[in-house]
Write a protein that binds this ligand. Structure first.
Ligand code: GRF
Length: 190
């Protein structure tokens, strides 16, 4: 059975979960939601009747054991029979162990037109630079953060008076359409 028919799609999230909501609303077969901290995304999963699992980070400082944390997440994904992993605002960078097992099957959405403005503050960085157009990128994730083959991009104009929140919300409006549509294409071709 291909992932488009089964529910082998895992979504990883850390925040408000609005991209996850859009993925669910688009009818994608989400089999598991993993979060790294207590967050609204876990409630979104519960409200949608999806299995949601908290794999809590024990620390956020330099002592964080990224490899061990990655192993915990990968073991859960494998145990639950996941085949494709969609990161949707997951704020922990996972290590090589994820790509050893799921290489080429990890997708991400990022709120800039990559390769411009990678990293955790893409919208803030784009505003600070003074670009007039930014946007979002759906790509295959690799061990190098916000890198990897681009599957879809869409531009979003920066408006005078935009702040980080207003610009990010307009970018997310596009992500909520573009990411599910791209995931549908990926699952159909899997
Ligand atoms: C999105 O802009 C995504 O690209 C970024 O985090 C945001 C997640 O938004 N990595 P939400 O928590 O789903 O609302």
């Amino acid at each position: 059975m291909s992932p488009s028919e089964s529910s082998g799609l895992a979504v990883l999230a850390s925040g408000s979960g609005s991209i996850l909501e859009a993925i669910v609303a688009a009818g994608l077969p989400v089999g598991l939601v993993v979060v790294d901290r207590p967050c609204r995304a876990l409630d979104v999963a519960g409200d949608a009747g999806l299995e949601g699992r908290l794999v809590a980070r024990d620390r956020f400082d330099a002592g964080f054991d990224r490899a061990a944390y990655t192993t915990q997440v990968v073991e859960l994904l494998v145990a639950e029979g996941m085949e494709i992993v969609a990161m949707a605002g997951f704020m922990t960078v996972l290590g090589a162990g994820l790509f050893d097992v799921f290489g080429g099957r990890v997708l991400n959405t990022h709120p800039s037109l990559l390769p411009a403005f990678p990293g955790a503050h893409a919208v803030r960085d784009a505003l600070a630079y003074g670009v007039k157009v930014t946007g979002c990128t759906v790509h295959v994730a690799t061990e190098q953060v916000d890198h990897g083959p681009i599957l879809a991009q869409e531009a979003v104009p920066v408006l005078s008076g935009d702040d980080e929140a207003s610009l990010h919300e307009r970018i997310k409006q596009v992500e909520r359409r573009l990411y599910p549509a791209t995931l549908h294409e990926v699952l159909a071709s899997a």
